[in-house]
Every structure is written in structure tokens, then in C-alpha cells.
Design a protein around this ligand. Sequence first.
Ligand code: SF4
Length: 325
Amino acid sequence: MERWRSYRSYLEERFHAPVYRIGIDGGFSCPNRDKDGRGGCSFCDGTGAVAVYHRQSESGFHHDSAYDGSTASRLLPRLDSIESQIERGREFLIRRYGAEMFSLYFQSFTNTYDSIGNLERIYGRALSTGCYAEFIVSTRPDSLPDDVIALLSSYRTDDMDIWVELGLQSGSDETLRRIGRGHDVASYIDAAERLHRAGINVSTHIIIGLPGEGREDYERTAKVVGAAGSEGVKIHNLHIAGGTRMADEYLEGLVTASSEERYLEDAELVLRLLSPDTIIQRLVCETPAHRLIAPRSFPDKSRFLSHLKARMERRGTRQGDLYGC
Ligand code: SF4
């Protein structure tokens, strides 16, 4: 029996087949990095999330018209065209996993941070490359005007779901201020409500182990996610990357990174507090070793997940068994 509702099992229920994400970097930047030159969130190293098949060729990226290369807040090399990225991702997933069904995932930075005309053009180019089970756009809660939500909603069909991934990280305004998120909890709740009214699924990003946070904060965060009705959640332990304000705080001894034992305990707690219906889309984040300062001795994803499963089996706990308590 599954101890949590995994994304894999949800996809198999929904689409009767495994579905694989093709990650795309649309060349967007981030308003939180652009606005005051302080570097945005204190944990952000300005590289954005990049799929493994794009990481392997970082040195060989070409210019794409979606990105003018002028924004100082991006530290990544210039990009291949969207169509080339999708093709490379598809080939990689077929070769490695025998994939047959795919989702498109605008993954890096704030993927709604552009004019409505540019967004329509960029999303349209991506969607014109084939049929997809899901169209997924990752963004910030304060970067979702109503016309962008309407555009995203217009792509919905019976066969393709639309998801927006919202970075929340913590349900505490005090923590959000401390880590320089540049938005508050209320803006997350508002964005989730407007997305739901437009028939768009919400996935919420949470970080466990942010400075000053403990059990009560995780309880509050789980309640905020529950109150927003987030269909999915992505959780990971705090990673401290080189070149960030968080790294400076770590080196000054002001911030620590959780051990595996601590994160096992905290992740279990959050899972127990979430609704049993919430889809758990991630429990581990994989920052490339050359960028990661701490934690340095942490098991890989499959070992961590098997340790978490074993812990929950041993203790007889499961996702949602504290929901509403
Ligand atoms: S919102 Fe994302 S891209 Fe922007 S500063 Fe924060 S972590 Fe970095």
C-alpha cells in the first residue's frame, strides 16, 4: 500500500499510462530578481530549474527569440529554440524510459512573466509540437494577471489538463519576508482561487527547513495548502546553493541544512497533515553537486524515498492521517 498519493499513481489513474514531463526553459526571467537587484529569494542562485537533458548541453545553447539575453537576473547560458528543447527532451525520455505519453512543463524561472502576446506565442509554439496529457506552467503567485489565467484556461481540453505550479515555500508571512520572496500568503490564496475558478489545477511548492521554521510552521504551511485546495504539492528540504544570500548566512552560522533524519521526520509530518487526496509530486530536490553547499551528505532520491516509506510503515502513519486535526 502506498503511504502517500504519488504523482505516478495519479497519472496512471488519470491517463491509464505513465506520463513523462518534457521540461522547457522558455527564456523567462523573474520579477523578484529583476526588481531591486538584491537577487530575489535568498536561496535562489539564479540558474532556475533545468531538466537533466538540458543540463548536459548547457555549454552548447543557442539563442532563442523568446529570450533576448539582456536580463541580468538570468545566469544560464543562451537557449536552444523551444522546439529543439522539446525534441531533445522527447528523445531522451523515449531512450531512457520508453516513454509514449508526455506533458509539457515550462519549468525555469517565472513562466508567466512576459506580455500576453509573447506568452501566447511562446506557449503556442510549444503546444504545436504534438499532443500532450498536461500543460504545466511554473510561476509566482504575484505574476498571474487575469488575462494570463484566461489564456492558460483556453488550452484546456478533455484530453489535456492545465496545471500552474505556484511557489509558496512557507505558509508564514514572517518567513516569506525573511527569505525575500516578495509576496505574501494572501497572494498565494488569491492566485489559487482564481486558477480554480478557471478550471486550472494548482501545484504548490514548499520548502522544509527554512530559517527559523519548525513543526508549528510546517503545520501552518500544510493548512494553508489545504485551505487553498491545491491539487498537488512539491516538497523538498532546503538546499543551500553557492552564490546565494542563504549561502552567506550558512557560512556565518545563521542557517543550517537538515540532516536526512530531520527531514524524514519533517516530511512525514507534512504528509500526515495534508489531505489524503493531495497528489505528492515531489519529495526530493536534486541540485547539481557543483552548485550545492549543503546538505552534502544526503541520500539520493530513491534511497530517501525508500527510507521515508520504511519509516512510515514502521510507525503505521500515512498521508492525511492528521488532516483536519
Ligand atoms: S521566484 Fe524563483 S526564480 Fe525568482 S528569485 Fe525566487 S526562486 Fe529565484
